[in-house]
Ligand binder design. Structure first.
Ligand SMILES: Cc1cc2nc3c(=O)[nH]c(=O)nc-3n(C[C@H](O)[C@H](O)[C@H](O)COP(=O)(O)OP(=O)(O)OC[C@H]3O[C@@H](n4cnc5c(N)ncnc54)[C@H](O)[C@@H]3O)c2cc1C
Length: 457
């Protein structure tokens, strides 16, 4: 077996939206940075077809920028993203080319001087005196030991923090219910004009699928026809009918498709895998298999019943299950539902979150989709481990409650947190102090200088 050992200033584990932002930001500050990723590419859920939501708030004002904005602009320049568009339902959408993300991610890491290690998954963590000393990664009969001054856990599930024995929460209520994951796929051969004509003539197809969601004014055929940058959530009447006839292959009451940046291409976000704990490999296996089998039936339903989808076909299936929620690690600060609903923007805010509390229930057709009237602040301490003195986290694994994750999990916010974690790590190294002791006013000034938005005032 090959055995390698490397030493870094900062090790970022996980190369999704949060990890990319953290690693690239830190490397641009002349730190020696490595990003370690279990897949053979970078991008995490940015590569499964979903568009970053939440760059704009409920009222269409931009509330997240900085690294995320740069990323979107870069994709736009290469014809791989439409940019941000206000959406009456999702605040904003920024549809992109999921494959191209992988190329842009490598280019940006190369340009910033980030060392990239792929095909490696965390195996164990060595801790001493309240610090992570090193982490051991395994892949393809190779072992790699990484020693670093500071670790940033951007694995989504918080695998590094888990192996370090840090405290975490998981799920909602007594049963610890988790949001169901989805196997995404790309379809081609769609003529969306037929779908949009159909919903123009049958507005009932845009009815919400459950009582906790409404169909906002303006989320209609005219909106979709005006611009190809949209997520379509609808066909409720059709899916109700299919359910009554026993022909609906998925545990949801409508279809979600995301219009691609190439003609006739759509990303399908409609499968729903119930009772899955994505930190358990047996559940993961079952979900992957069920999700693939659902896709076959679902695309058959699309072809047979959805106008414009008669000739569609699956051109690719996302290489790994899309996981919405697992562990949330406890930090120096903790953001609550009340903080979100009261639009609390504390003095130590390092980014805003203006997206809805969007929680998919682990049942046949339920979602909580609650407006956040004004963006709330994510404090720096929500990214700083309360257990390990040299550990930060960014992304969906941060220190928030079971409701707040419904908002902060969107990828615009994950990138903003990653940028802040990357900078926080650099300032800790420069100041020769633990991440929790950095000068937050100075961190905020630097974030502002890098284009981040920290207040809507
Ligand atoms: C089906 C679905 C639809 C969604 N829709 C939207 C949407 O429309 N818009 C939106 O903005 N958000 C959406 N979200 C939420 C969003 O995608 C995630 O919350 C977000 O991607 C989290 O970012 P992250 O960087 O924390 O994690 P991820 O994007 O999951 O990235 C984590 C990375 O870490 C790697 N990794 C994991 N464990 C290890 C390990 N042990 N060792 C090494 N590498 C590891 C993974 O391979 C991955 O590359 C959706 C999520 C799902 C699942």
């Amino acid at each position: 077996m090959n055995r390698y050992s490397y030493s870094y200033d900062i090790a970022v584990v996980g190369g999704g939206p949060a990890g990319l932002a953290a690693a690239i930001t830190a490397a641009r500050k002349s730190k020696k940075v490595v990003i370690i990723e279990k897949n053979g590419y970078l991008g995490g859920n940015l590569t499964i077809g979903i568009p970053p939501l939440g760059f704009l708030d409920e009222n269409g004002r931009q509330c997240i920028a900085g690294f995320g904005e740069e990323f979107i602009e870069r994709l736009k320049a290469d014809g791989a993203c439409y940019g941000h568009r206000y959406c009456p339902k999702h605040n904003s959408v920024s549809n992109l080319d999921a494959e191209y993300v992988k190329i842009a991610a490598f280019e940006m890491c190369r340009d910033a001087g980030v060392d990239v290690l792929l095909h490696l998954e965390t195996l164990s963590v060595e801790c001493a005196d309240g610090r992570i000393k090193s982490a051991l990664f395994y892949g393809k009969c190779n072992q790699v030991t990484i020693t670093a001054d500071i670790f940033i856990d951007c694995t989504g599930d918080g695998d590094l923090s888990y192996l370090a024995g840090c405290q975490y929460e998981k799920g909602r209520g007594e049963k610890g219910e988790l949001m169901p994951p989805t196997v995404m796929c790309t379809i081609e051969g769609v003529d969306d004009s037929k779908l949009l004509d159909h919903i123009e003539q049958h507005p009932d197809e845009m009815r919400p699928m459950c009582a906790t969601i409404d169909t906002p004014t303006g989320y209609d055929a005219a909106y979709f026809k005006a611009d190809p940058n949209y997520i379509f959530v609808g066909m409720t009447t059709l899916f109700d009918k299919l359910k009554k006839e026993g022909k609906n292959p998925v545990a949801r009451g409508n279809m979600i498709v995301i219009n691609g940046v190439h003609k006739g291409q759509m990303y399908v976000n409609t499968t729903r895998l119930l009772h899955v704990d994505a930190t358990d490999v047996l559940d993961l296996t079952r979900a992957e298999i069920e999700g693939h089998l659902q896709l076959k039936k679902l695309v058959e339903v699309f072809r047979q019943y959805v106008p414009g989808f008669e000739n569609c076909y699956i051109s690719s299936i996302a290489p790994s299950l899309g996981v919405r929620e697992t562990r949330r690690f406890l930090g120096e600060r903790y953001v609550t539902y009340q903080d979100a609903l009261s639009a609390n923007v504390p003095d130590d805010t390092i980014c805003l979150s203006g997206y809805k509390i969007d929680i998919h229930f682990d049942g046949p057709a339920g979602t909580l989709f609650q407006k956040v009237d004004k963006p709330f602040g994510v404090p720096y301490g929500a990214l700083v481990s309360r257990d390990m003195n040299n550990l930060l986290f960014a992304g969906r694994n941060i220190s928030v409650d079971e409701h707040v994750i419904g908002s902060t999990r969107v990828m615009s916010c994950c990138m903003a947190m990653g940028q802040a974690a990357g900078l926080g790590a650099c300032m800790a190294l420069d100041g020769n102090c633990p991440p929790k002791s950095v000068d937050i006013a100075a961190l905020r000034s630097e974030l502002l200088a890098q284009g981040a938005i920290l207040s809507m005032e």
